[in-house]
Design a protein around this ligand. Structure first.
Ligand SMILES: Cc1cc2nc3c(=O)[nH]c(=O)nc-3n(C[C@H](O)[C@H](O)[C@H](O)COP(=O)(O)OP(=O)(O)OC[C@H]3O[C@@H](n4cnc5c(N)ncnc54)[C@H](O)[C@@H]3O)c2cc1C
Length: 469
C-alpha cells in the first residue's frame, strides 16, 4: 500500500477497531469514524502522505492528542485523520536566544520539563498539558491558568512549518522577534486545523521566576469570590494566575485521588499564583489577601513549600476528570466576559441549569474572564442532552450580550458553529472564509467546522429554537 510505504506499516490504521479510537475528541456528543488514520514520523512523510490522500479524493482532519472539547479533531465522514502522535521530537533548545523548536506532536508539559534545567519554561499551560500537543495548542490558540500573565499560545509562537493541501512544505515566521513581510502566523494560530497541518513549531521560552507562591483563598459565596477577582483586576494587581473552583468542584476533587487540601466547607476558593523576587511576592500576596478579605474571604493560606503548591495545582488541573464521579459525561462550556461581569454570568449559568434540572459546577480562569460552566450529564439520555445544549446556548448568548465572546481557548469546532452568528454576520464570515481559502483553496483541511452550516441571515429568519445542531 502506498501510504504504508511512506509512513511505515505502523503509521497506517485502517481496521475498524483502530479507527474507532479516533471517533471523537473530548466533545463526545458527535462521533464519526475516519476511513483511515495516517501517522507520519516527519514533515516530509506528512507532505508525501497529503499528496496521496488528496489524489484519492479524501478530506483530512489534523489531530494531536484529541483532547479538544469542541469537536475540532472529530473525523469527517469518509475522510482521513492525519495525526502527529509519532512526531514527538524536541529538535532544538536555544537557551541564549530563549526559543525551542519542536515537532507538533510534542506533549505540552514535556517541553517545559526539557527546558527547566536551563532556567526556562514554556508558558501556555492548558489543564490538559500532560496529554495535549503543541500542534493542538496552535490549532486552538490554547490558554491555561498562567496565560493571565503570559498570554495565550499566539503570544508564544515565533514560527512554524506547514504542510499545505498540495503537499508543499512552507515555513512561516522565524526566530527573530519581528520577521519581515506580512504576519502569516496571526491567521494560522487558532485556525483549528483548517489551513494545513502544522508539523514543527518554534516557540518562545520564558525565564523561570526567582520565587513562586500560590495562595488558597476561601469564600462563603461564589459571588463574593468573583467580585474579589473583579477588584483585583481593577486594582491592577499582577499575579500570574487567578483561578476559581466552586463547591461542587472542590467536593469532586477532594473525593478523588487528586485530593489537594481544598476546604470542603467553602462555597468557592480562589487559587492565585504570585511570582518574582521575594519582596515582590510578599507585597503582591499581602495586597491580594487584604483585598480578598474586604470582599469577605474567611481564610487565606500561603503555600509553605513547592510540594503543597504542586498539589493545589494538580487538583485544579485534574478537576474536569474528577467530575466523572458525578455523572458519566461532562459538557465543558468555554466562554468569556469582561471581568467586571463575572458574578452576573455565573448567575446566568446557574439559572440556565437550575431551570432545566441540570447539575452545574464551575472551575475557571477567572483572571481572564474565561468561564467554564461545566454541566454533568449522561449522553445516553437524549432529553438531558437537549437540555444541556439549550443551557449552553443560553450561556453563550448571555456572554455575547455582556460584551464577551463565544470561546476563550477551546475553539469553535462543531460545538459552536451555529452560535458564530451571534457575533458575526454573513459578510464577516465570508471574509474569514476567503482568508481560509488563501491557505486551503481546495477545502481539503477539516471542512465543515467553525463556519455555520447555513448562512446567518437564514438562521435569523428561523423561529427561535428551531435551529438543528
Ligand atoms: C481535562 C481537559 C482540560 C483542558 N484544559 C484546557 C485549558 O486549560 N486550556 C485550553 O486552552 N484548553 C484546554 N483543554 C482543551 C484542549 O486540551 C486544548 O484545546 C488542546 O490544545 C488540544 O490539543 P490536542 O493536541 O489534544 O489537539 P486536538 O484535540 O487533537 O486538536 C485540536 C484542534 O487543533 C487541530 N490540530 C491539532 N493538531 C494540529 C496540527 N499539528 N496542525 C494543525 N492543526 C492541528 C485539530 O484539527 C483540532 O481542530 C482541556 C481539555 C481537557 C480534556
Amino acid at each position: 500500500m502506498e501510504l504504508a510505504a511512506i509512513v511505515g506499516e505502523r503509521g497506517v490504521r485502517s481496521d475498524a477497531l483502530a479507527r474507532s479510537a479516533y471517533e471523537s475528541d473530548g466533545f463526545m456528543l458527535q462521533r464519526e469514524a475516519p476511513s483511515i488514520v495516517v501517522l507520519p514520523r516527519s514533515t516530509e512523510e506528512a507532505a508525501a502522505a497529503v499528496k496521496v490522500l488528496r489524489r484519492e479524493g479524501l478530506v483530512v482532519v489534523p489531530r494531536g492528542a484529541g483532547t479538544g472539547l469542541t469537536g475540532g479533531a472529530r473525523p469527517i465522514a469518509g475522510g482521513a485523520v492525519l495525526g502527529t502522535a509519532r512526531m514527538k521530537r524536541i529538535l532544538e533548545i536555544n537557551p541564549d536566544d530563549r526559543f525551542a523548536r519542536v515537532e507538533a506532536g510534542v506533549v505540552n508539559v514535556h517541553l517545559t520539563a526539557a527546558t527547566c534545567s536551563h532556567g526556562l519554561f514554556y508558558a501556555p499551560d492548558p489543564s490538559s498539558q500532560t496529554a495535549c500537543t503543541i500542534g493542538g495548542n496552535v490549532g486552538n490558540n490554547s490558554g491555561g491558568p498562567h496565560c493571565f500573565k503570559y498570554g495565550s499560545t499566539n503570544r508564544h509562537v515565533l514560527g512554524l512549518t506547514l504542510v499545505d493541501s498540495d503537499g508543499e512544505i512552507t515555513r512561516v515566521g522565524g526566530i527573530e522577534p519581528d520577521p519581515d513581510g506580512i504576519d502569516l502566523l496571526g491567521p494560522l494560530v487558532g485556525s483549528e486545523g483548517m489551513m494545513g497541518l502544522v508539523t514543527e513549531v518554534t516557540v518562545k521560552l520564558e525565564p523561570s521566576p526567582e520565587r513562586v507562591e500560590t495562595l488558597l483563598v476561601m469564600f462563603e459565596s461564589l459571588d463574593a469570590c468573583c467580585d474579589a477577582v473583579s477588584d483585583m483586576i481593577a486594582a491592577r494587581l499582577e499575579p500570574s494566575a487567578i483561578e476559581i473552583l466552586d463547591r461542587l468542584t472542590i467536593e469532586a476533587v477532594e473525593a478523588s485521588v487528586l485530593r489537594a487540601g481544598y476546604p470542603e466547607h467553602a462555597e468557592a476558593v480562589m487559587l492565585v499564583e504570585v511570582e518574582g523576587g521575594p519582596h515582590e511576592v510578599d507585597a503582591i500576596a499581602t495586597d491580594i489577601i487584604e483585598l480578598a478579605r474586604a470582599r469577605g474571604a474567611f481564610e487565606a493560606r500561603r503555600t509553605a513549600d513547592d510540594e503543597e503548591r504542586k498539589k493545589l495545582w494538580a487538583g485544579r488541573k485534574g478537576a474536569f476528570g474528577a467530575m466523572g464521579r458525578i455523572a458519566p459525561d461532562l459538557y465543558v462550556a468555554d466562554v468569556v466576559v469582561p471581568r467586571t461581569r463575572l458574578r452576573e454570568i455565573v448567575g446566568v449559568a446557574s439559572r440556565a441549569c437550575a431551570a432545566r434540572g441540570l447539575k452545574l459546577s464551575n472551575v475557571f480562569h477567572a483572571g481572564d474572564g474565561n468561564l467554564h460552566p461545566n454541566i454533568s450529564y449522561d449522553r445516553r439520555d437524549a432529553d438531558e442532552v437537549a437540555r444541556v445544549l439549550a443551557a449552553g446556548k443560553e450561556i453563550m448568548e448571555a456572554c455575547v450580550a455582556f460584551g464577551g465572546s463565544l470561546t476563550g481557548e477551546h475553539g469553535v469546532g462543531l460545538e459552536k458553529q451555529g452560535e458564530m452568528c451571534l457575533v458575526f454576520g454573513d459578510d464577516d464570515l465570508a471574509a474569514m472564509s476567503d482568508l481560509r481559502a488563501a491557505f486551503d483553496p481546495h477545502g481539503f483541511w477539516n471542512p465543515g467546522k467553525l463556519f455555520p452550516v447555513r448562512g446567518c441571515r437564514e438562521i435569523e429568519a428561523r423561529p427561535l429554537g428551531s435551529e438543528a445542531r
